[in-house]
Ligand binder design. Structure first.
Ligand SMILES: [Zn+2]
Length: 249
């Protein structure tokens, strides 16, 4: 069976002498594994499409559950991401986190588009890195079916306004009356709450467009990172890699 997909290479590893095993985030098949033969030779036709962060039109041949790349036409390779360790390591995290929310075999066009828009923003430095990261994290949760709803108290249902607390144990915002003493809480300022709501609600062209002063941006960043880990129910080793790279800077 032949399948045409648009796909972003989120992981690559050598497979035998000249082949690569690619993990590809696609529009119509979710996250898939593709064998790309002969692509470790410099003369290979699809060399550029078989590299990390390459986004291509791909033609796949599928037999007995195994997929092989038969044709590829590169759309963009996000090459500039390889030239800056900070942006590179963050792009690796974007790929790993997006993969965690894409279901194999299911349409994942929204998650693919989010990953592509985020890599584009990183490559072009459209916004501060911390802002791109936080906006990506919260939007990914929303796309994956876990929109960060901090508009009501998760315990009593009271409508919340202004600054509020986010309870890491229940994964909800809590009003002053319901917030436990000494619980594991993050405080969220009013501008941070507005930014989080903007990210979840805005379309793919605009979700990164907001302005926050430095301390608020750091607060948003901490919240977004913890919220994503809660929704995904896992840690990401690429996030540790990104933080290590940032410390080296
Ligand atoms: Zn309450």
């Amino acid at each position: 069976m032949r399948t045409k997909v648009k796909g972003l290479v989120v992981r690559e590893k050598p497979n035998g002498e000249n082949a690569k095993l690619l993990t590809v985030l696609t529009d119509v098949c979710g996250l898939i594994t593709v064998n790309a033969r002969g692509v470790r030779k410099i003369s290979a036709a699809y060399l550029k499409s078989a590299q990390l962060f390459a986004f291509s039109d791909m033609l796949l041949y599928e037999k007995n559950g195994f997929r092989t790349l038969t044709e590829a036409s590169l759309i963009t390779d996000f090459y500039a991401l390889r030239e800056d360790l900070g942006a590179y390591s963050l792009a690796c995290y974007v790929c790993e986190a997006a993969s965690a929310f894409a279901v194999p075999g299911e349409e994942s066009a929204g998650i693919l588009r989010l990953a592509l828009n985020t890599l584009y923003a990183l490559e072009n430095k459209s916004f501060p890195e911390e802002q791109i990261k936080a906006a990506f994290e919260l939007k990914l949760c929303a796309e994956g079916g876990f929109p960060p709803d901090i508009s009501v108290c998760g315990s009593c249902g009271e409508k919340l306004s202004g600054a509020r607390a986010f309870d890491l144990r229940s994964g909800t915002a809590l009003c002053g009356g319901c917030a436990p003493e000494g619980g594991e809480m993050l405080s969220l300022s009013e501008p941070v709450c507005r930014a989080a709501e903007h990210i979840a609600g805005a379309d793919m062209q605009k979700f990164m467009s907001f302005r926050l002063p430095g301390p608020d941006l750091r607060q948003l960043s901490g919240f977004a990172e913890r919220f994503l880990a809660l929704c995904a129910e896992r840690d990401f080793k690429t996030l540790k890699f990104y933080k290590n790279c940032k410390e080296l800077k």
